[in-house]
Design a protein around this ligand. Structure first.
Ligand code: CA
Length: 428
C-alpha cells in the first residue's frame, strides 16, 4: 500500500479516533501495533508513518472545514454525507497537477493525433449514431452537428474515454493541496450543488483528474451554467444521455458567442511580401479588408463573410495560414488553446467531408523544450527584446519579444519560437 493511502476512507472524526488509539506508536521510529491493542478501524499490519498520518489528518480536517462552509452555503446534510463519507485523497491527482512537461508538441504533431484518419472515420460513424440528438441540438442552438461531434471526439474520443476519477475526490484533493485551492473550492461547491439537484449521483459523477466531467468534459461551474436536460427526464446527464450531451455542448458554444450563420474560418494563402506580424489576435477586421490586402482562399473562391476576422499562423511564416472569426473564439472559450480550437475546427470540417489542411506543415522545425524556451526568453531579455518572465511558456510578451528580435535581424516577424532562433542568438 502506498503510504499516502493510509486511512484513506476515514473522515476527520474517525481518523482522529484511530490516530489517538495509535498515539503510543506514532512517535519516531514507528513500531508495529500489537494485534491485541490495534483499533478495529485500522488493519494491524499497517505501519503508521508520521508523514502519511499528518497528510491524512490534514486532509480530513480540510474536508471538515469545507463541509462547514458548504453547510453554511445551504448544502443539505444528505448531500454532504453522500459526497464526503467515502472521500479519498488522490496522490496521483497532485502529481498530475504539479507536472510541467519539459517537451512540448508541435501543432502538426498534435493535429496528426487529434484529426487522424481513424478519428475522422470513427467520428462519421458516431455522428450517424447520434444524428437525431446532434441535429436537435444544432437546430435549437445554431451550432452545427459536426462541431458538436468534433468537440465530443476531442474531449473523450466520442465518449469512449471521459475519465473514471470521482469528481468529488479530485476536487477535494486539489482544494486541500493548495496550488489552486480557491478555484478547486469553487468547483467543489458547484459539484455539491449538482449532487443536491440530483442530476447525477456521486458514484456516476466521474471525469478527469482535473475535475472535468462527462462526455464533453464540463467543469462543475460550467455544468451549472450551461448543462441542458434535452431528453426531458428531469436530469441534466452529460454522462449517459446523448441528447443532454449534445444540447449542453451546443448551449455552451451558443452562450460563448457562436454565430449560427458563420463558419469557424478557413485556410487561406497570403500574398508575397505579406507582413506576417499582422497574424495576431489583436488585429481583427472584416474579411473584406483582408481580401483587399491580398489574402485569398486556397481555391480562390471569395473569403467567407466574417465581420471580425483574425489571421492565424500556428506554425509560423512557413506553415499554413488560417482566417478565423468569432466561432473560433467561442471554441477557445471551451479550451483556451489555439491547437485545440484548430483541432475541433478541422475535425468538424473533415466530418462534414470538407478539405484537410492543404499547405504543408514545416515539419523540419523542432519544438523548443521548456528549458530551451526559457533560455531564449532570458537571452532576448538580456539583449533588450522584452519577452516577459522567463518561464518557458509562450505568451503574448514572448511572441512580441521574438518579433522585435526577428525584425532587428531582417527575419519574417512571425513570433514563432523555433530552434534556429537560439543559434542566431548564440544560445547553447
Ligand atoms: Ca436528461
Amino acid at each position: 500500500m502506498h503510504p499516502l493511502h493510509f486511512l484513506p476512507r476515514l473522515r476527520f472524526a474517525q481518523a482522529a479516533l484511530a490516530l489517538a488509539a495509535l498515539a503510543g506508536c506514532a512517535s519516531t521510529p514507528p513500531r508495529p501495533v500489537p494485534p491485541s491493542v490495534a483499533p478495529a478501524a485500522v488493519s494491524p499490519t499497517i505501519q503508521p508513518d508520521s508523514d502519511a498520518q499528518a497528510l491524512q489528518l490534514g486532509f480530513a480536517r480540510w474536508v471538515d472545514g469545507f463541509m462547514a462552509s458548504a453547510r453554511a452555503a445551504g448544502v443539505d446534510e444528505a448531500t454532504l454525507h453522500a459526497a464526503f463519507d467515502g472521500v479519498h485523497y488522490l496522490p496521483r491527482v497532485v502529481e498530475l497537477d504539479r507536472a510541467q512537461p519539459e517537451f512540448t508538441r508541435t501543432v502538426w504533431d498534435y493535429l496528426d493525433n487529434t484529426v487522424s484518419p481513424q478519428r475522422i472515420r470513427l467520428g462519421q460513424d458516431k455522428l450517424l449514431q447520434v444524428r437525431a440528438e446532434a441535429d436537435a441540438a444544432a437546430a435549437r442552438f445554431g451550432v452545427p452537428a459536426t462541431i458538436l461531434a468534433a468537440i465530443w471526439g476531442m474531449e473523450s474520443n466520442y465518449g469512449s474515454n471521459y475519465g473514471n476519477i470521482p469528481t468529488i475526490d479530485a476536487l477535494a484533493t486539489l482544494g486541500f493541496e493548495g496550488r489552486r485551492a480557491d478555484w478547486a473550492r469553487g468547483q467543489l461547491m458547484a459539484a455539491l450543488q449538482i449532487l443536491q439537484n440530483r442530476d447525477i449521483d456521486r458514484a456516476h459523477m466521474v471525469g478527469s483528474w482535473a475535475g472535468a466531467m462527462g462526455q464533453t468534459q464540463f467543469l462543475p461551474s460550467n455544468f451549472l451554467a450551461y448543462a441542458v436536460d434535452a431528453d426531458g427526464d428531469g436530469k441534466r446527464d452529460i454522462w449517459g444521455s446523448m441528447a443532454d450531451v449534445m444540447a449542453s455542448t451546443a448551449n455552451f458554444l451558443a452562450r460563448s458567442g457562436w454565430q449560427a450563420d458563420q463558419p469557424w474560418g478557413t485556410e487561406v494563402q497570403l500574398p508575397p511580401g505579406f507582413d506576417v506580424a499582422r497574424a495576431d489576435s489583436s488585429v481583427r477586421q472584416p474579411s473584406g479588408q483582408w481580401a483587399a490586402e491580398g489574402v485569398q482562399t486556397m481555391d480562390s473562391t471569395p473569403l467567407p463573410m466574417l465581420p471580425d476576422a483574425e489571421l492565424l499562423l500556428p506554425a509560423g511564416a512557413r506553415g499554413p495560414a488560417f482566417l478565423v472569426g468569432p466561432n473560433f473564439r467561442a471554441i477557445l472559450r471551451y479550451n483556451n488553446s489555439t491547437s485545440y480550437a484548430l483541432g475541433v475546427s478541422l475535425l468538424a470540417q473533415r466530418l462534414g467531408n470538407g478539405p484537410a489542411v492543404q499547405a504543408p506543415w514545416p515539419r523540419d522545425l523542432q519544438a523548443l523544450t521548456r528549458s530551451q524556451l526559457q533560455a531564449l526568453q532570458t537571452a532576448l531579455n538580456a539583449r533588450g527584446f522584452a519577452s516577459g518572465t522567463p518561464d518557458g511558456m509562450m505568451g503574448p510578451a514572448t511572441r512580441e519579444g521574438i518579433r522585435s528580435f526577428q525584425r532587428s535581424v531582417g527575419l519574417p516577424a512571425d513570433g514563432y519560437p523555433d530552434v534556429g532562433l537560439l543559434d542566431t542568438l548564440g544560445v547553447k
